[in-house]
Design a protein around this ligand. Structure first.
Ligand SMILES: C[S@@+](CC[C@H](N)C(=O)[O-])C[C@H]1O[C@@H](n2cnc3c(N)ncnc32)[C@H](O)[C@@H]1O
Length: 322
């Protein structure tokens, strides 16, 4: 499978605080969770909760999904990104990110398209880590933050998580990729469960779909407004596990990302974060993020897995300091 990492496009955000200002603020001392919002860049894309169609697979006829197999994990099905290239003009894309990524030949247009249409390398590292550790998700509440294709959340759903929320910056990613992937991978699981638990009559596939949707939430928008949206829900969610892969490339977003962790992670919960050491052309990376987290003094970081081939990559965890 080919990956391209093109971060060469100049960053064009409306952010007001440049890196120097942020570094100064970070040096001011140990910020508490609520203080972090003082450095948050202004909102860039309003959060929306998506209500998927009951038959999202009808949108994606003629798809030939790719199968991703890692160790003993169940095979995961996923839309091959080339399908988007071939079918971009026919797809609903009010954000116009399909056209923009094609014309600009870029995997990331900061503040416009944050890269969710591809599966990034570190997602595979985190899947491998989960496979190695035999992590099960039964009964867990999970957030796949910056989900893109949603493979991490999908795995959690398949392994019995009670609730999985998927968040991506772009609504097109959620509607055209994440939701269909969830249905491709999990609808049958729900149907099998129904059939096993309720013989002799065959329940309708619709029931399985509704059951699956009860266990999922889908959100788009930037992390600040996502946080506000879910905190206004009753009850406001807390997650046992937050997955986030390849989301710390831009230092402008560190405070909003940190706020999401602070406010949405259960007190005994864990964040699994997979990342490259450094994102050339964008500037973020593990060292800067780790420094940011240490300065805020809320989370304990542990290194779980290091991959030394090519660009160095890491899987780390964050848990609340006791
Ligand atoms: C490079 S993609 C990685 C996608 C996926 N996690 C993977 O590993 O394949 C980064 C993801 O982070 C999310 N993201 C980045 N910055 C964000 C922000 N400021 N607010 C909300 N989401 C953001 C986007 O949704 C995007 O899908």
């Amino acid at each position: 499978m080919a990956f391209s990492f093109n971060f060469d496009v100049p960053l064009q955000t409306d952010e007001t605080n440049d890196k120097e200002n942020k570094d100064d603020k970070a040096k001011e001392g140990n910020l508490k969770c609520s203080d972090v919002s003082a450095t948050v860049p202004k909102k860039i894309k309003d959060a929306v909760e998506h209500q998927p169609l009951l038959d999202p697979l009808s949108q994606i006829e003629n798809w030939v999904p790719e199968t991703i197999t890692i160790g003993a994990l169940p095979p995961l099905l996923c839309l091959n990104e080339s399908v988007f290239e071939k079918t971009a003009p026919e797809r609903e894309d009010s954000e116009e990110i399909l056209a923009k990524t094609l014309t600009q030949n870029s995997d990331l247009i900061s503040g416009v398209y944050e890269g969710g249409l591809k599966i990034w390398e570190c997602t595979y590292d985190l899947l491998e880590y989960i496979d190695d550790e035999g992590e099960t998700f039964a009964g867990k509440r999970v957030l796949d933050l910056g989900c893109g294709a949603g493979l991490l959340g999908i795995l959690a759903l398949k392994r019995g998580a009670s609730k999985v929320d998927f968040q991506d910056y772009n609504s097109t990613v959620i509607e055209q990729l994440t939701v269909p992937n969830v249905f491709l991978n999990c609808e049958d699981d729900e149907e099998n469960e129904e059939t096993n638990s309720s013989p002799p009559c065959k329940r309708k596939a619709l029931n399985a779909t509704e059951k699956l949707l009860d266990r999922c939430g889908f959100f788009s928008g930037d992390w600040n407004s996502f946080l506000t949206l879910v905190q206004n829900k009753t009850p406001s969610p807390k997650y046992d596990i937050i997955f986030t892969s390849e989301t710390i490339y831009n230092t402008d977003y560190y405070s909003s990302l940190h706020n999401v962790f602070c406010d949405l992670l259960d007190e005994n919960g864990i964040v699994y974060l997979a990342t490259k050491s450094h994102y050339f052309g964008v500037g973020g990376g593990l060292h800067l993020f780790e420094t940011f987290v240490e300065q805020n003094n809320v989370f304990q970081i542990r290194y779980l897995k290091d991959v030394e081939q090519g660009l160095k990559r890491h899987v780390i965890s964050l848990t609340f300091k006791k």
